[in-house]
Design a protein around this ligand. Sequence first.
Ligand code: BG6
Length: 474
Amino acid sequence: MEHLKLKPFPKGFLWGASSSAYQCEGAFDEDGKGLSVQDVAPVIPNTTDFKVASDHYHRFKEDIALMAEMGFTEFRFSIAWPRIIPDGDGDINPKGVAHYHEVIDECLKHNIQPVITLYHFDLPNALQEKYGGWASRQCIDDFVRYCEVCFKEYGNKVKYFLTINEQNMMTMFNMGGYKTDKERYQANHHMLIAQAKATIRCHEMCDAWIAPAPNITCVYPLTSSPLDNLAAMDYDQLRNRLYLDTIVFGEYPEAFKVYLEQRNAMPDFEEGDAEALKNAHPDFIAFNYYGGSTVKYISNEDGLKIKENMKNLDKANMAEFMTGMMTEPGMAVGVSNPLQEQTSYGMGIDPVGLRITLRQLWERYHLPLLITENGCGVPDTLESDGTIHDDYRIDYLRKHIKACQEAITDGVDLMGYSPWSAFDLVSTHQGITKRYGMIYVNRDEFDLKDLARIKKDSFYWYKKCIESNGADLD
Ligand code: BG6
């Protein structure tokens, strides 16, 4: 619907941006840090590794000061588990603990609320080697113990914790490299239980709020056929609801459970699992949003053929690979949406989808919502006079912030907007050339240059937006 008048952003709305430890910190082996699975992963050809990244570990004070200059009231970042417990389950590293105290204190000094992700793709590699990481139930206890260290150390300073970043993407894209769906969903189940137990412990140990942080999207049927509509509904369960219903309602979505059972992929529950899911009550929902997903129905037989063909696909062909990954035999196949705009990297630009997603989440779960990622990753040009004219990013942010305001007018309880990212950092798969920041980090893929911070046009635009509490989007 078109609103004739928009409600203003609420007072105290959180304005900021997001990052993750391994993508920005660098210092990959300093001050006692253990290696994470990201440190040992094969480097993608023609892209940098994560050893130096944006050198945020050494420059966090400068970065936080720039965020304060933009007027940030929150900064979402992750704690690197292998900095706190280098081998994942052994001794605590005092230097790692001290580092995040300093980062948190620096934020608070500038009246910026830290929003802390406890785990953002960087599992301690020692746990992967020791017992296969999330494939093992032992990982649940080790994760909860690590979280307890964070709650004890930081729980009296931090108001917002996030458990696991994009668990749904890790499972859907089989980041653990599991051989069967049963193994994949078993590992996913361990993460769900770990998240539930960490949520319970957070409430027992401190006053902070805690939330999951999946990547959520609205799902469009490619056509108005009833079967495509059914496919969209089912895909929503696979992509979104498996991760949110379990933590909010304490149960797997019913129809999806049957789908897993019939394919021998339903994870084994052990004593206490169902109870943990039932007793963990998140205080809000944090979610990352990068665009809508479009699907059409596919029979089991045709879906299995696509999966078989995927074995011959070139992984560098991201779009084709993603479509293959978005195929669920007997349910849905992901397709590109001819009506959705895209960035040069093939990521959707869909602000209306953000409004729909906000509405769907609010109407289903009735918990406050926090957008913890959203952003435009494209190459930027540093002009000879030291300026960066990223009007495409401003346009992207403007449209998505407007969508937030429309959703607020719809009645959604939105706590804040934390796009990806404040300063440039290394993309998960496409190096530092794919930039998301409002602050340029002066380095190339392989030439570290001086790593200087340079304000892009979007820096000044976002500052103005925050100053006006979202009223000035020009
Ligand atoms: C999210 C992740 O999926 O998207 C981030 O939580 C990631 O870690 C961001 O960087 C953007 O994706 P990419 O692949 O361009 O880095």
